[in-house]
Design a binder for this molecule. Structure first.
Ligand code: DGL
Length: 283
């Protein structure tokens, strides 16, 4: 199966588009809702929680895991690849969302693999993310390699993921915080060309975010980006693709209440889902 991991519900927005674009594959989603949000936790803790999730997904027959979480990708992916995959699980793969999203923000076409920096790509772009994603500087480091002339502005939005996780996606509460964070960003950069919502939870807040940005600013969410770049990755890695089941299976796991998860899952995916509560070893 393809494992899809997030701290909670945000990764369901990524999964939804994966199911539309790559419907033939088998998927196992794991939300660590009992410990969400991850966004203000230490690097060490994010690494430990993410590794527990990845190990569990591997134990359930996932050959490939997508970290559908920027915070986990920023703080845990590299260490998991270096310390765990390279040593214990050489045949499995874990992919994150930072590099593909940075490529999309820099307008690098899908499938263009070049180590040459693109100096022709310039202008102002902005990134919204959790405290740890922004503090990690992961997007800036990737973008500086890809497109050194881009002007990058980052804004941490620490309370947005907790609001979404609590089901607060419309009305005055989220509006107040979105307005505050975007006002802070716009003091530094009033009208970015593109703004990346670099937290999978923020997809639920697009209508509110749109209200506080100029019309000319394009909002990039990660669902389409990850689906099209994963599709391309699978074409370029037939040795991995061949290991993935293609019977259209969809399974859902949460570390918290299964019926709560199923209700949110239904509202995001638009279909009934069966969800099982699990306890991660080491949790
Ligand atoms: N949805 C996650 C992300 O993309 C994590 C949010 C959180 O747990 O704080 O960063």
């Amino acid at each position: 199966m393809i494992g899809v991991f997030d701290s909670g519900y945000g990764g369901l927005n990524i999964l939804k588009t994966l199911l539309q674009r790559l419907p033939e594959y088998d998927y196992l989603y794991l939300g660590d809702n009992a410990r969400a949000p991850y966004g203000a936790r230490s690097c060490e803790v994010i690494y430990r929680f993410t590794l527990q999730g990845v190990r569990y997904l591997f134990s359930q027959d996932c050959a490939l895991v997508v970290l559908a979480c920027n915070t986990a990708s920023a703080r845990a992916l590299r260490t998991i690849q270096q310390r765990y995959l390279a040593v214990e699980c050489k045949d499995r793969r874990v992919l994150g969302v930072i590099r593909p999203s940075a490529e999309a923000l820099a307008r690098i076409p899908v499938g263009e693999i070049s180590s040459e920096p693109r100096f022709d790509i310039a202008g102002k772009v902005a990134i919204l993310g959790t405290q740890e994603t922004i503090q990690s500087n992961s997007f800036v480091l990737e973008l500086q390699k890809l497109a050194p002339r881009l002007e990058i502005y980052q804004q941490a939005c620490p309370l947005l993921a907790p609001l979404v996780e609590a089901g607060e996606i419309s009305g005055e509460g989220p509006s107040w915080f979105v307005r505050k964070y975007l006002a802070e960003l716009r003091i530094r950069c009033d009208a970015p060309k593109r703004i990346l919502l670099a937290c999978t939870h923020y997809a639920a807040l697009v209508p509110i975010i749109r209200q506080f940005l100029p019309n000319e600013t394009e909002i990039l969410t990660q669902d389409e980006i990850i689906a099209e770049r994963l599709k391309d990755w699978l074409v370029r890695h037939p040795e991995q693709d061949i290991r993935l089941g293609k019977t259209g299976k969809r399974l859902f796991l949460t570390t918290d209440d299964a019926s709560d998860f199923a209700a949110v899952g239904r509202s995001i995916l638009g279909t009934d889902i069966d969800c099982k509560a699990i306890r991660l070893p080491g949790e």
